[in-house]
Design a protein around this ligand. Structure first.
Ligand code: URP
Ligand code: ZN
Ligand code: ZN
Length: 461
């Protein structure tokens, strides 16, 4: 197959080029490549060609908050593909008191015969138990080269500093990357209980009970633990200027700290939580949306590499029958929001079109750096001979209105309802196969492969 007449954009450069695909891989790139007999040709005139998007933060089919996230591996990966994402890394949860390996088996069963794009897994560690640290080494050998630990959600997912420090000390040796949900769960829990006792039960109190300082403090502690253990750390879903300052200062000192943010923190504010009635519940996720001075700082952070990745934290719950669980008590609203389909559209429109990000930085944030940090590079996240032919043929002029009426995620609302964007995926290829073309899904349920990732992805060496 040849993709011709397009502008190939990588994290390093942009140039008119033809891409030759053989089987599942990119064979060669050149200014002009002559079509061989029988070769399929895709005309990409007027289009940009990106490496497929990589979303390193999704929660598919995940039991949480008394219910289960509404997208499973079939619907979630299909929706991702429509938006130009060809790889995702989902979180397998270790229920307390169980072995880590069991959690992987559970998640492989969820994904097998359902995933439409390639996927990797992180493991959420809730319990080190007796064998835990040795188990971590085994898990890394299985290709699960990253772990997530929670500094929030006491009694559910939160672990103490000793656990985090032990885990970091182990990854300093085995080369895996620890991802941290950085909020001070103990402090937040006290503030939340006070609010409920005062009858403050509406969704807005989700935002008002989780101060930015509780996020910044946790990031500061994470940095200290990274420094003492000598292991890199990756802060997930960073939401505030205060937390960003902690990351920037640490990186300036040479501490190997990395951080992602998500479109919701770049484009929405706490005002959404104050919507009339129970509508604010659609925006209940943690960390919460912040005051309006924070998003511009996050955009600057992306531009200057204080933040390295944009993921989605896609964790959808339907408004009608899931978010409603917290109608009379915001603490019972399942935490999470949908977004896996819209990441590239939003970042392209509000980042590239509005002049905040170059095209190359856009590719770096949504594809190349995620691949490097999480041990997938150069198989994924690159357009070069030998890389998987995961490609997005992007129409930079396509006008699209985001809406729950037309999206493919299995959820009854959109956090970005009515947002008008310019730029959208026209054709999406996964390992050389066209899986989306002009709004039609041409892939096959179950075609996605589990990706064994390598430890010491290399981005911090
Ligand atoms: O509210 C959120 N973010 N739900 C998903 C779980 C997590 O903390 O990432
Ligand atoms: Zn989290
Ligand atoms: Zn998450």
């Amino acid at each position: 197959m040849l993709i011709r007449n397009g502008t190939v954009v990588t994290s390093k450069d942009s140039r008119p080029a033809t891409i030759r695909i053989e089987g599942e891989h990119i064979k060669e790139l050149g200014p002009i490549l002559k079509a061989a007999a029988g070769e399929q040709i895709i005309d990409a005139t007027g289009m940009l060609v990106f490496p497929g998007g990589i979303d390193v933060h999704t929660h598919l089919d995940m039991p949480f908050g008394g219910t289960t996230s509404s997208d499973d591996f079939e619907t979630g990966t299909k929706a991702a593909a429509f938006g130009g994402t060809t790889t995702l890394i989902d979180f397998a949860i270790q229920p307390k008191g169980t072995r880590m390996r069991d959690a992987l088996d559970t998640w492989w069963k969820k994904a097998q015969n359902r995933a439409c794009i390639d996927y990797g897994l992180h493991l959420i560690v809730t319990d080190l138990g007796t064998a835990g640290l040795d188990d971590m080494d085994e898990i890394v050998k299985e290709g699960v080269a990253s772990f997530k630990l929670f500094m929030a959600y006491p009694g559910v997912l939160m672990v103490d500093d000793a656990t985090i420090f032990q885990a970091l000390s182990r990854t300093a040796k085995n080369g895996a990357l620890i991802c941290l949900h950085a909020e001070n769960g103990g402090i937040i829990d006290v503030i939340v209980r006070r609010a409920i006792a005062e009858g403050k039960t509406a969704p807005i109190y989700h935002g008002l009970t989780r101060p930015v300082t509780a996020e910044a403090e946790a990031v500061h502690r994470a940095v200290a633990m990274s420094e003492i253990s000598g292991a890199p750390v990756y802060i997930v879903h960073l939401s505030s200027e205060d937390a960003l300052n902690e990351v920037r200062e640490a990186r300036d000192r040479g501490v190997p700290v990395f951080a992602e943010t998500c479109p919701q923190y770049l484009l929405l504010t706490i005002d959404e939580l104050a919507r009339p009635g129970f509508e604010g519940a659609k925006y209940v996720f943690t960390p919460p949306l912040r005051e309006k001075q924070h998003p511009p700082k996050l955009w600057e952070g992306l531009k200057h590499d204080h933040l390295q990745v944009v993921s989605t934290d896609h964790c959808p719950f339907c408004f009608e029958d899931q978010k409603i669980l917290g109608k009379d008590d915001f603490t019972k609203i399942p935490n999470g929001g949908p977004g896996v389909e819209n990441r590239l559209q939003l970042l392209f429109n509000y980042g590239v079109n509005e002049g905040k990000l170059s095209l190359n930085r856009f590719v770096e944030l949504v594809s190349t750096t995620p691949a490097k940090l999480f041990g997938l590079y150069p198989r994924k996240g690159e357009i070069a001979p030998g890389s998987d032919a995961d490609l997005v043929i992007w129409d930079p002029k396509a006008a699209y209105t985001i809406s729950a009426k037309t999206h493919h995620m299995r959820v009854d609302y959109s956090m970005f309802e009515g947002f008008q964007v310019t730029g959208n995926a026209r054709t999406v290829l996964s390992r050389g196969e066209i899986i989306v073309d002009n709004g039609k899904f041409l892939g096959r349920t179950g075609r996605g492969n589990f990706l064994k990732r390598v430890a010491r992805g290399g981005a911090w060496q």
